[in-house]
Ligand binder design. Structure first.
Ligand code: SF4
Length: 336
């Protein structure tokens, strides 16, 4: 490429932390199935043609094109994305799946989180495939050791195909993660955590007290969740705190949450932002720094899930951690 005065423009090769892992992210909306190749809003959503095979092939085709373009420095819709890093992307030979909201079989939940998009999905009859079809497709088409499965389609323990899903997962032993409310204990999940390497649970507690939990989740199940957590292998459980202005944005709530975590001993705690909230930047920055410092004092590892933080906050939090060497070992940045 050349500039207006004829000089050659050297394009900096870039790569995306998602694309290298070949993500297929199916979900549902009011028109039926759709799929994406990245979780960031700017990434295009593709309408289904009704077949998982065709959708998957289309997704991989697009990922290959995007990876090649980024490698030549052509950023397109990825411009300014926080998941871009320098260098040419390589196919990591992993087949990654994030089963997202609204898919048939994965459309029910036993909580009502105030920030959840899944609650809006009501048109499953228009979808041509659901979570169980995807599990069967993955089982039949990929070597188990290459698969990473992330189950984020409402609440797996109340799905009408929970038993079949977990039977497949227990046999294939895919690596991956289950996002669960933790309200209902499930023996098959416990088996999975005990028998498969590289599987973890992610539970959003978002609170350190029953009172705050109820305001955010709209169910009175704080004690039930703590009971469930205590019945699973705790070194496979990640506990999450989504910062929500006006709900859990008090230092004392953060302290109570981290005290609880110190008593439970999870794999690590995740700090995220309310996905629908991009304001209150300085408040979020202060609370994130406070969270990290208290976690350090309690000896708890922190995983910062960055995708929902505003770019300004995200960069400042990163700088804060990088400039304090004692935090480097306890804070990880997801995807980096
Ligand atoms: S928008 Fe970001 S996460 Fe999505 S493909 Fe581009 S660089 Fe990757």
């Amino acid at each position: 490429m050349r500039s207006e005065d004829g000089k050659e423009i050297i394009m900096q090769p870039k790569q995306c932390m998602f694309l290298n892992y070949n993500y297929f992210i199916p979900g549902a909306n009011k028109d039926g199935n759709h799929f994406r190749y990245c979780c960031v809003g700017k990434g295009k959503k593709f309408p289904t043609n009704g077949s998982i095979e065709d959708d998957y092939a289309e997704c991989m085709k697009y990922i290959a094109i995007r990876r090649e373009e980024l490698g030549r420095g052509i950023l397109g819709t990825c411009r300014d994305c926080q998941f871009l890093v320098d260098g040419v992307g390589k196919d990591k030979q992993q087949n990654s799946f994030i089963l997202n909201s609204g898919l048939p079989g994965g459309d029910k939940c036993n909580a009502g989180c105030i920030y959840c998009d899944s609650l809006e999905n009501k048109n499953q009859e228009k979808c041509k495939y659901g979570v169980l079809d995807i599990f069967k497709y993955v089982r039949g088409n990929f070597e188990s050791e290459t698969v990473y499965m992330s189950y984020a389609s409402a609440e797996i323990t109340v799905s009408n195909c929970c038993g079949e899903l977990l039977d497949i997962w227990n046999k294939t032993k895919w690596r991956g993660k289950i996002f669960t409310s933790g309200i209902k204990y499930c023996g098959e999940i416990s088996d999975l955590l005990n028998n498969a390497d590289g599987v973890s649970l992610n539970i959003s507690l978002d609170s350190g007290t029953a009172e705050t939990y109820k305001k955010i989740k709209r169910v009175n199940k704080f004690d039930a969740v703590i009971d469930t957590i205590n019945r699973y292998r705790k070194d496979k459980v990640e506990l999450k705190y989504n910062l929500i202005h006006g709900y859990n944005s008090e230092e004392v709530e953060i302290e109570k949450f981290l005290d609880l975590c110190a008593a439970i001993g999870p794999k690590f705690v995740c700090l995220s932002n309310n996905q629908n909230e991009q304001g209150h930047l300085d408040e979020k920055l202060h609370l994130a720094e406070y969270f990290i410092e208290i976690a350090y004092k309690r000896g708890i590892k922190v995983n910062l899930t960055l995708d929902y933080f505003h770019n300004y906050t995200f960069q400042k939090i990163k700088d804060y951690v990088v400039n304090k060497p004692y935090l480097n070992d306890i804070v990880k940045f997801e995807y980096k």
